[in-house]
Design a protein around this ligand. Structure first.
Ligand code: ADP
Ligand code: MG
Length: 336
């Protein structure tokens, strides 16, 4: 075959394989967009584990009529404009791929009202073709409805699990984001039934709502700073340990992150107070200078690279050891 450039629609579908691997990853992209738009209230409706419908409504800044089509275009973003911006990015998104990918593998309708607009507009993406904006009614913010995910990518559709499993992944994505944004009001419903209703609340109340009251009552509060690092949040009491790692939430500048160095520091800090086969529960928030961490590692971004991972290790270990030493169940990590 001769070499040729692929059409945009196909490029988007190929990228979608990575960016929106399953309904939960599409949901994550949409929720991050709502947060980046400054939303204080976000509602999610799912049907059939998200494969039939993902609908996210927010009260964020909205999108102007003449930028609606651009929002659905690949590599179009309002969040960065230079390499310098990328190096100190504070928004959750920055690749400009989320909506383009989702629009290429679903029936997508984007309705939005910019705050200075007299009414809302909607655009529809039909198998990669983006229609003209039409007037719509919406009092504030943005609503995105994506239906029939992967309807045009049978190879991918085959890999979707049951609606119950896909919903469990969506719910996990929702919990991660709700946990890192306690001041935001959230609702989640599935097949018309309300699953979560979270009022704006303190970080502690949010952690208790999502990790359980027993966690909330017994967790050790942490709030430590050292130079440009700050660690806050809640470390589960050793008495609230679990068999699995399902209640381990670590956020770096507001992003849920899985990191080997961090996981090791936490495991070491709990070593003296927890049986080897038990796992601690925690919701911990690390904040640091955006230039000290590279978030541009992978499209789904649960990985980051720290410029000085040893300093992160020492700091996280120190904070947790100190908190655990203060409980009667624990003893200082380095007493003889
Ligand atoms: P990225 O988030 O990486 O910029 P996306 O494809 O997810 O890329 O979104 C493209 C652009 O559309 C964003 O940069 C933003 O300007 C706009 N946008 C998307 N979702 C929303 C929303 N819920 N509210 C306001 N603007 C949005
Ligand atoms: Mg985005």
């Amino acid at each position: 075959m001769p070499i040729r450039l692929l059409p945009d629609h196909l490029i988007n579908q190929i990228a979608a394989g990575e960016v929106v691997e399953r309904p939960a990853s599409a949901l994550k992209e949409l929720l991050e967009n709502s947060l980046d738009a400054g939303a204080t209230s976000i509602s999610v409706d799912l049907a059939e584990g998200g494969s039939k419908l993902i609908r996210v409504a927010d009260d964020g800044c909205g999108i102007a009529k003449d930028e609606l089509a651009l929002a659905l275009a690949r590599h179009a973003t309002s969040k960065i404009s230079s390499l310098e911006d990328l190096q100190r990015v504070r928004s959750l998104g920055f690749r400009g791929e989320g909506l383009a990918s989702l629009a290429s593998i679903s029936d997508l309708v984007l309705t939005s009202r910019a705050h200075d607009a007299s009414h809302a507009w909607r655009v529809e993406a039909d198998n990669g073709r983006i229609g003209e904006p039409e007037p719509a009614s919406l009092t504030t913010g943005t609503v995105i409805e994506a239906r029939d995910l992967y309807f045009n990518v049978p190879a991918r559709r085959k890999f979707l699990k049951t609606p119950a499993t896909e919903f469990a992944h969506c719910e996990e994505a929702f919990k991660r984001i709700a946990l890192s944004n306690p001041a935001v009001q959230w609702t989640l419903s599935h097949n018309g039934r309300a699953q979560w209703r979270l009022a704006p609340q303190s970080a502690q109340a949010r952690a208790a709502a999502l990790l359980g009251d027993a966690f909330g009552e017994n967790a050790l509060a942490i709030d430590e700073t050292a130079a440009t690092l700050r660690l806050s949040g809640f470390a589960g009491s050793p008495t609230e340990s679990r068999a699995g790692r399902d209640a381990q939430y670590f956020f770096v500048n507001g992003r849920f992150v899985r990191d080997k160095v961090v996981a090791h520091a936490i495991r070491e800090a709990y070593r003296d107070v927890l049986h080897l086969d038990r796992q601690p529960a925690y919701a911990l928030y690390l904040e640091l200078d955006p230039e000290a961490v590279d978030v541009n590692v992978h499209p789904t971004k649960t990985e980051v690279r720290f410029r000085d991972s040893q300093a992160i290790y020492r700091f996280v270990f120190h904070c947790l050891s100190k908190a655990l030493a203060s409980t009667s169940a624990g003893r200082p990590a380095n007493t003889p």
